[in-house]
Design a protein around this ligand. Structure first.
Ligand SMILES: Nc1ncnc2c1ncn2[C@@H]1O[C@H](COP(=O)(O)OP(=O)(O)O)[C@@H](O)[C@H]1O
Ligand SMILES: [Mg+2]
Length: 370
């Protein structure tokens, strides 16, 4: 068994019985391999099984089926304190009556670590999260972001090789959250610790992660780097959940390698795109997915790949203009970056004005219809 992986879940199922008496697969045949030193995120909306997966890695829950491996060893019913992982919870509950030093030292004291060793390690942990000098303060004398960093120091002081983080920035306001995202990422890189990070926030996952597992209803929908997940979503769920997509219905005409030709009735034309599933066959119904920012408005062009629409609404938001085109009754979202500074009214979009647009085949994805 290779120990290239810090943590591995193999075909893990977790069944719960709901208060209504139904059996539920909160985690439904999940397999993932998390590499040493990786920043790995589980991303999905509330209830998709992220916390349950993390709790099974930590040892607070045991799988109903399948197995969790840490550093190549099957964990079975190994209790949490005997696993080489440490958890930072969403509600970081610091001891309010204790100083920052005491809060961070607590776990080591419980383990009976010697006093001068504790001092050294707490000092180092506080240094890592940039809170040196705050040792004597009480939690309420710190900001929300600083308190979150104390919670982090409390985990880091145990020098775990894997840190599990369950929506650790959830309680912070947006600006602080963004700062902490970058801080956490650079801390992870410095320390070389494996981070397994749970979030429902797609931007957070894209910003921080080396790889992401997109989850829905207890299943992994796709696993990949942020670029792979965004540019090559495996299915309609991922294309819709991460960023935005326009979906057009069509029929597959032909397929060869990385090129699929689809007839799209609403365009009354064939479009070429990248096939995103292996089992697409000629004649089957498919969904064409196009990102709003990949659509380009053009002038005085015609021919294959150039289509006509009417402007529905256009919203100027400074950096971009968000447009809704009316495509024979279907709404098409288009995002245009405002590269040109102009106050000339004739350069702005007008409702019902006719426009021509095009989109590149390499950014047009052909998905299985579901
Ligand atoms: N102890 C439990 N008993 C029964 N159902 C549970 C229990 N824990 C979680 N669930 C259910 O399992 C599903 C996944 O929960 P969870 O892992 O907490 O999701 P997430 O962290 O992605 O929001 C949810 O439907 C939740 O209601
Ligand atoms: Mg959760």
């Amino acid at each position: 068994m290779s120990t290239e992986f810090a943590v591995e879940l193999r075909d893990v199922v977790k069944k719960f019985v709901t208060p209504e008496g139904h059996e539920l697969n909160a985690v439904d045949h999940v397999t993932m391999q998390i590499k040493n030193g990786e920043f790995f995120s589980m991303l999905g909306s509330s209830g998709c099984g992220k916390t349950t997966s993390l709790r099974m890695i930590a040892g607070f829950e045991w799988p109903s089926e399948g197995e969790v491996y840490i550093e190549g060893k099957a964990m079975g019913h190994t209790p949490p304190f005997q696993r080489k992982v440490n958890t930072v919870f969403q509600s970081y509950a610091l001891f309010q009556h204790m100083t920052i030093f005491q809060n961070v030292a607590f776990g080591l004291e419980m383990e009976g670590v010697k006093e001068d060793e504790i001092k050294k390690r707490v000092g180092r942990a506080l240094e890592m999260v940039q809170l040196s000098g705050m040792e004597r303060r009480k939690p309420r004398q710190l900001s929300g972001g600083q308190q979150q960093r104390v919670a982090l120091a409390r985990s880091l002081v145990k020098t775990p090789s894997v840190l599990l983080l369950d929506e650790p920035l959830g309680a912070l306001d947006l600006k602080l959250r963004k700062e902490m995202q970058l801080e956490l990422k650079s801390l992870q890189q410095q320390l070389g610790i494996t981070f397994i990070y749970v979030t429902h926030d797609q931007e957070e996952a894209l910003t921080m992660s080396d790889r992401i597992a997109v989850m829905s209803k207890g299943k992994v929908q796709q696993m990949g780097t942020p670029v792979e997940i965004y540019e090559r979503p495996a299915n309609k769920f991922v294309a819709d959940f991460i960023g935005e997509s326009n979906f057009l219905e069509g029929k597959l005409k032909s397929i060869s390698g990385n090129e699929a030709v689809v007839f799209v009735p609403i365009l009354n034309a064939e479009v070429t795109g990248m096939p995103m599933a292996k089992d697409l066959v000629n004649g089957s119904d498919v969904t064409v997915a196009i990102r709003p920012e990949k659509i380009r408005v053009v002038e005085n062009q015609s021919g294959a790949g150039v289509f006509k629409a009417k402007v529905g609404t256009s919203v100027y938001i400074g950096s971009d203009t968000h447009l809704y085109f009316d495509l024979n009754g279907t709404r098409l979202k288009v995002m245009e970056q405002n590269r040109i500074s102009s106050l000339d009214p004739s350069t702005f979009y007008v409702k019902d004005e006719e426009v021509l647009f095009t989109f590149p085949p390499e950014n047009t994805l052909i998905l299985k219809k579901d």
